[in-house]
Design a binder for this molecule. Structure first.
Ligand SMILES: Cc1cc2nc3c(=O)[nH]c(=O)nc-3n(C[C@H](O)[C@H](O)[C@H](O)COP(=O)(O)OP(=O)(O)OC[C@H]3O[C@@H](n4cnc5c(N)ncnc54)[C@H](O)[C@@H]3O)c2cc1C
Length: 478
């Protein structure tokens, strides 16, 4: 693969797989450190899932992001002030293209080029096979392939007869065409809530099958985006926060149980909350009917499900369309399985969710879900990756103290991704905002979006803790 721009052999380059927000962050960081790289994506443009022209994107044009503008931007290119506080996918796509242009990343970008496989021969030598048929040798790989490559389907999906239209939430494109149809949305998480609201605009009937209940919080708290409020509010109320936060949420958007949804499993501050300004209203209006988990499916497509909030009562429903908002499995089909082992709980075993253990030539960015804006996490991971790639390039001093220290920290770390609740201090707004931007979730809650307790689902990380750890590790280099 000759490089059209710099004529640098690929064996001296890093290959970035994926040109979404994470891949672009990595490309900008490598460029800043003058580390040669190529950037490839199977898509026609940069922007990852935020390109609205992509058929295979899990976002749809009318959706609104749940993280605010302020928490959805790179530090070196702020979002235009003319944009709303919560962007549409099209606006995010424009922003990401502007970011690529600003850093001249497009000259390194090969569109419509998928990586079929990337396998290491030895440390620093990767053989990469592309969809174009080309085979190249790279010195390192930064895989920024995202977390929506592997849709998870519940086992019973195979039993759905062909008379019922079935799709994963990844293929949701909006409610057009649902007029007169009965829709079943399956899943306990954010996508299920958003799709239920969207479907209710057109469909005759929408049922929302949830296995686990969650708190529902609004995008704004006292007129301020929740994630922004969280970052501004000083610690004040200590242990009272949970009760106060729950009371405020009940009085503003309302109690999910009173609306007819299953009870959240834990307190507001530990829950994998749903951010929605509309879903409780749609439920109260009867335009979205809550249902419990699916327990059976007949040959004619009639579904049996538990009544919402009941372990015993069963109900039936004959949907025309089933949307499975049942999450994504973690993994990378283009990487050999033995290169990134999994932890006992089925997650990819990556230091700080990104760094392969025991080797400096592989980083996998963004392999966790967080509540709120994920961009700051992707940027920290990408920056550390770039420092690592700079410290290991040919001609670099072989005894970089920062790299040696990084290796020591990586070797000594236990958990792949911090998922446990961190400290509970923080003021009321901070806690409310924290719900939106930095809430804590337990590993159990992490399974709920996948909805059937399946293993290998993309893990949920505690955003604040992960960010703090990444920043301290990045401090070793900077
Ligand atoms: C419905 C939905 C709503 C979301 N809302 C928000 C939100 O409001 N705020 C927020 O911060 N985050 C949100 N996210 C999280 C989202 O994942 C991140 O915002 C962001 O897109 C992650 O960037 P990424 O670069 O890691 O992955 P992606 O954006 O998924 O990009 C990965 C890229 O890698 C490419 N790729 C994958 N495999 C290969 C291969 N083998 N060869 C070549 N190319 C490959 C893909 O084509 C893709 O372009 C949401 C996610 C979903 C699914």
């Amino acid at each position: 693969m000759p490089d059209p721009h710099h004529q640098i052999p690929t064996r001296e380059k890093v290959l970035i797989i994926g040109a979404g927000p994470a891949g672009l962050a990595a490309a900008a960081a490598l460029k800043a450190l003058e580390v040669p790289f190529d950037l490839v994506d199977r898509a026609a443009h940069v922007g990852g899932i935020w390109d609205p022209e992509r058929e295979d994107s899990p976002v749809w044009p009318t959706m609104e992001m749940i993280s605010s503008r302020e928490h959805t931007q790179y530090e070196d290119l702020l979002q235009p002030v003319s944009y709303p506080e919560f962007l549409s996918p099209g606006q995010m796509a424009k922003y990401l293209r502007a970011y690529a242009a600003r850093h001249d990343l497009t000259e390194h970008f090969r569109p419509r080029t998928a990586v079929r496989s990337a396998r290491p021969f030895e440390e620093g030598v990767w053989q990469v096979e592309l969809s174009t048929g080309e085979i190249g040798i790279y010195r390192a790989v930064i895989s920024a392939h995202g977390i929506s490559e592997r849709p998870h389907l519940p086992g019973w999906a195979q039993e759905i007869p062909s008379s019922v239209q079935v799709m994963h939430s990844k293929d949701w494109k909006g409610a057009d065409g649902l007029e007169g149809k009965r829709v079943l949305v399956v899943g306990s998480g954010q996508s299920a809530a958003d799709i239920s609201v969207d479907a209710a605009r057109r469909a005759l009937e929408v049922r929302w099958s949830m296995r686990t209940g969650h708190w529902v919080v609004p995008r704004r708290v006292a007129g301020i985006p929740g994630d922004v409020a969280a970052s501004r509010e000083p610690s004040a109320l200590g242990g009272l926060n949970q009760k106060i936060a729950e009371t405020v949420i009940r009085r503003t958007v309302g109690d999910p149980v009173a609306a007819g949804l299953p009870a959240p499993q834990g307190g507001l501050l530990e829950d994998a909350v749903i951010v929605s300004d509309d879903v409780l209203d749609r439920v109260r209006e009867g335009r979205v009917t809550p249902a419990g988990e699916v327990t059976g499916i007949a040959e004619d497509g009639t579904i049996t499900h538990r009544a919402s909030g009941s372990d015993t009562a069963q109900q039936t429903y004959a949907p025309d369309v089933i949307v499975l908002a049942t999450g994504y499995e973690s993994g990378a089909d283009h990487l050999p399985q033995d290169v990134v082992p999994r932890t006992a709980s089925g997650e990819l075993d990556l230091f700080l969710g990104a760094f392969a253990r025991g080797r400096d030539d592989l980083v996998i960015l963004g392999q966790q879900r967080v509540s709120g804006g994920v961009l700051p996490i992707l940027v920290e991971q990408a920056d550390i990756a770039a420092y690592m790639m700079a410290a290991t390039r040919e001609g670099a001093a072989s005894d970089s103290p920062a790299l040696a220290q990084f290796r020591r920290v990586r070797a000594g770390s236990e958990s792949a991704v911090p998922a446990k609740p961190a400290s509970r201090d923080g003021g009321l707004l901070g806690r409310l905002g924290g719900v939106l931007g930095a809430h804590r979730v337990t590993p159990r809650a992490a399974l709920t979006t996948g909805d059937d307790g399946a293993e290998n689902l993309v893990p949920v990380a505690d955003r604040d803790t992960l960010l703090a750890r990444l920043r301290s590790v990045r401090g070793l280099f900077a």
